[in-house]
Write a protein that binds this ligand. Structure first.
Ligand code: SAH
Ligand code: F3S
Length: 497
């Protein structure tokens, strides 16, 4: 039986697509190899959102050429956004590549590999499924069944065309999934033991039900062009899947943060008290050139409404520094926005020119070292905000959804003297390492902890006495019965803070 291995670069959408590829390949009779060295088929699921990410693919394929030479029947597949962006060109540029497959063509992968095995030539399939969009659902594998957290795609593509962004080109126009299908997938995951769902989409809150099956959400305006059916979808999921503990979503666009969504946050206990809301810049001049379709004041007003509706809600964001024409004053406006909103998490990026983007016609005129210096100042600001926030939580009690054992999550560096065994996330998405659980199996449990210390990016927590007593009473059929560990996909993390 041929063995495969998948290496994932980039965002959660890619992590999710890799899960689909695992499923498609397993169904076609492939088995997962222990690592890339043992594989017959190696899949690189690529990212092209910044130039650095794209370069990673090129250096990886360079290394793989030698791997391929060791055995004639080894196959290299390139999937994801670079595949979609470059298509056939990749086959010409890099001889080591056998198959190029776009995000919408994942179901065709076994067929393409089969043709190749029969002597077919290297091939590229990068066609968007515009007429009948497919949203593949991976059947739970032994390693993902009942995992505490799972992603569910609700839409794909993006119609925004922010001037810096290649995603509309690599992922195509917006296509939405039927709400019935979304609810059914979530219900099945929750029935199998999943506690937290993250809804995925490029502009996840622009969602509209293609079947028109959702009633208008409270607070939704009939004539606001930014109104979507996202709040209605959240309400339907909350009502139809009562066993769900947490319902997250990523990434929303500020344009669709309308009163109906604010009201949903105020009323639905399942929505956590944290939202990631990319802002990109704090300067109106830059926002306009980025074609973000909101002003700084609108962003502030909309997020403020959310925080007022849900006291204690925290926000995190994405910011680009060094966009063409960004002056010191523009950047100062970004820093002041970071302070004004008080982001508790921030992914910062140096602007990178991407093919097929409208901003290509603007000169990339902020020097590399200026971009670097701005990014460093930005992180300094956001780290200080995060540090103050985390230390403010010391002594409080929080509810943590336990996602795995600490050593699996690579958090050993921050391990306290007592040895933190489990880790998970609070309702606001802060990472918490839990000490004092002894032999208790906490995987997938929402437990009460008291916060003992603040680390740089996470919290050190202890199980409360009440939580310990409750966990002891949980009937359990052995440590791992029915609750396998979360699959650890090899993810090459994006830069960011
Ligand atoms: N809506 C998407 C955004 C994809 S891109 C989502 O769901 O996450 C993720 C982030 O990368 C963007 O928010 C932006 O901050 C950054 N980014 C996108 N294009 C970029 C570019 N050309 N240069 C630098 N950063 C970029
Ligand atoms: Fe990219 Fe803007 Fe869409 S950042 S994914 S074009 S919302």
């Amino acid at each position: 039986m041929p063995r495969y291995s998948i290496t994932t670069f980039g965002c959660q959408m890619n992590v999710h697509d890799s899960e689909r590829m695992h499923d498609v390949l397993r169904r076609a009779g492939y088995t997962e190899a222990g690592g890339p060295e043992e594989a017959d088929v190696l899949v690189l699921n690529t990212c092209s959102v910044r130039e650095k990410a794209e370069q990673k693919l090129r250096s990886e394929v360079g290394r793989l050429a030698r791997w391929k030479r060791e055995r004639a029947d080894r196959v290299v597949v390139v999937a994801g956004c670079v595949a979609q962006q470059e298509g056939e060109r990749l086959l010409k540029q890099m001889r080591a590549i056998d198959v190029v497959v776009g995000p919408d063509n994942i179901p065709e992968l076994p067929g393409l590999l089969g043709d190749l095995a029969l002597g077919g030539l290297p091939v590229a399939r990068t066609v968007f499924d515009l007429d009948a969009p497919r949203f593949l659902v991976a059947s739970p594998s032994p390693s993902t069944r009942g995992a505490p957290t799972a992603f569910v795609t609700i839409m794909k593509g993006c119609d925004e065309r922010c001037s810096f962004c290649i995603v509309p080109y690599t992922r195509g126009p917006e296509r939405y999934r039927a709400s019935d299908e979304i609810v059914a997938e979530i219900a099945a995951l929750v029935a199998a033991g999943t506690r937290e769902i993250t809804l995925l989409g490029q502009t996840v809150n622009s969602y509209r039900d293609p079947l028109g099956a959702l009633p208008r959400a409270p607070g939704a305006s009939a004539d606001d062009p930014d109104e979507s059916e996202f709040a209605a979808l959240l309400r339907r999921i909350a009502a139809d899947v009562p066993g769900l503990a947490r319902l997250r979503y990523t990434s929303p666009h500020p344009r669709h943060l309308t009163p109906s969504l604010v009201l949903a946050h105020a009323e639905l206990a399942v929505l956590p008290r944290h939202v990631h809301m990319p802002v990109q810049s704090g300067s109106d001049r830059v926002l306009r050139r980025m074609i973000r379709r909101y002003t700084r004041a609108e962003y502030v007003a909309r997020t403020r409404a959310l925080v007022e509706a849900v006291p204690g809600l925290t926000l995190s964001t994405d910011i680009i520094v060094g966009f063409p024409g960004e002056t010191e004053d523009d950047f100062a406006a970004t820093l002041s926005l970071v302070r004004e909103v008080g982001f508790k998490g921030l992914f910062g990026f140096k602007y990178s020119r991407r093919p097929h983007t409208p901003a290509l016609k603007l000169p990339d005129d902020v020097a590399e070292d200026v971009k670097g210096a701005r990014l460093a100042r930005l992180f300094e600001e956001s780290e200080a905000l995060l540090a103050a926030h985390l230390s403010g939580l010391v002594g409080t009690t929080q509810e943590v959804l336990v996602e795995g054992r600490d050593k699996e999550r690579g958090a050993g560096r921050e391990r306290g003297a007592g040895g933190a065994l489990w880790s998970g996330r609070t309702g606001r998405h802060e990472i918490a390492h839990i000490e004092g659980a002894g032999e208790l199996d906490l995987l997938g449990e929402v437990v009460e902890v008291s916060i003992a210390r603040a680390n740089k990016h996470s919290l050190q927590a202890e199980l409360t006495e009440a939580a310990r007593a409750a966990a002891r009473q949980q009937p359990r059929g052995g440590a791992d019965a029915g609750r396998p560990a979360r699959r650890s996909l090899p993810v090459v993390a994006a830069e960011g803070g």
